[in-house]
Design a protein around this ligand. Structure first.
Ligand code: KIV
Length: 274
């Protein structure tokens, strides 16, 4: 069966689907979700994977960075997405400092996201410095997605949300980070906000698929944050994203119309009675 047919049919995506798509040079589609209705929509639309990203802190919970996101929050939202998704491969982020202290700490966090949240894989931000921890988690039987370039949990170290890999030194560090993660056994790597030339080079050099966000069309797949894609917030989406709908505007208009009808006693009518 071709990948196209698999994508069109209700086929459960599993970890090997990622490498199959890369081998066939077919793009991988990943979207973030944090709740049950979005998971239902992502599944119905045929997304290959859903990422319960810790971006949830910023776009669903209103924090100004991902740093306040806790393991409890990730478990709560991953479980909601799990209830809505049957087909997409379900990946959950390990939040700030919940996995970098030791592999024992990482294992505990992974266990909660998989046992209580229903995740099928986890994502970790970082490179060479977390390679040993990644290897231990992979050896324990857990698919791990890497994440290099702009790593939002390190926003204060990076000095803001800025494109990475523009200097030769920075590009070489990102390359080494990605290679060490591949060596440690990750099944794919998110490249966030990196120079397009570096994204192309890495996507060609790595055997595991690269999933880009603000990292050019050269990546093996793309991930977008659902609120950017669907226009769920009043602010304009970042330049690297594309907005395919304006749900904030539609929802505001729906509430406005409802408010007006309640105030004018047009809703409810007899037809809305039990
Ligand atoms: O938290 C998140 O949504 C992410 C993606 C932007 C890759 O890490």
């Amino acid at each position: 069966m071709s990948i196209d047919k698999a994508a069109a049919r209700d086929v459960k995506r599993r970890v090997h689907y990622f490498s199959t798509l890369k081998q066939r040079q077919q793009k991988i589609v990943v979207v973030t979700a944090y709740d049950y209705p979005t998971a239902l929509a992502a599944d119905a639309a045929g997304a290959d994977a859903i990422l319960v990203g810790d971006s949830l802190g910023m776009v669903a919970l209103g924090f100004d960075s991902t740093i306040p996101v806790t393991v409890d929050m990730m478990v709560h939202h991953t479980a909601a997405v799990r209830r809505g998704s049957k087909l997409a491969f379900l990946i959950a982020d390990l939040p700030f400092l919940s996995y970098k202290t030791s592999s024992a700490q990482a294992m505990e966090t992974v266990a909660r996201l998989m046992q209580e949240g229903g995740a099928e894989a986890v994502k970790m931000e970082g490179g060479q410095e977390i390679a040993d921890i990644v290897r231990r988690v992979v050896d324990a039987g857990v698919p791990v997605m890497g994440h290099v370039g702009l790593t939002p949990q390190s926003v204060h170290k990076l000095g803001g949300y800025r494109v990475q890999g523009r200097s030769d030194d920075s590009a070489e560090t990102i390359r080494r980070d990605a290679l060490s993660l591949q060596e440690a056994g990750v099944f794919s790597i998110v490249l966030e906000a990196i120079d397009p030339t570096l994204a192309k080079q890495l996507s060609e050099e790595l055997t595991v698929p690269t999933i880009g966000i603000g990292a050019s069309r050269h990546c093996d797949g793309q991930v977008l944050v659902i609120s950017d894609l669907a226009g769920m917030l009043p602010a304009s989406p970042p330049k690297f994203a594309k907005q395919y709908a304006n749900l904030h505007e539609q929802m505001t208009q729906a509430i406005r119309t409802y408010a007006q009808e309640v105030r004018e006693a047009e809703f409810p009518t007899d037809r809305n009675e039990y």
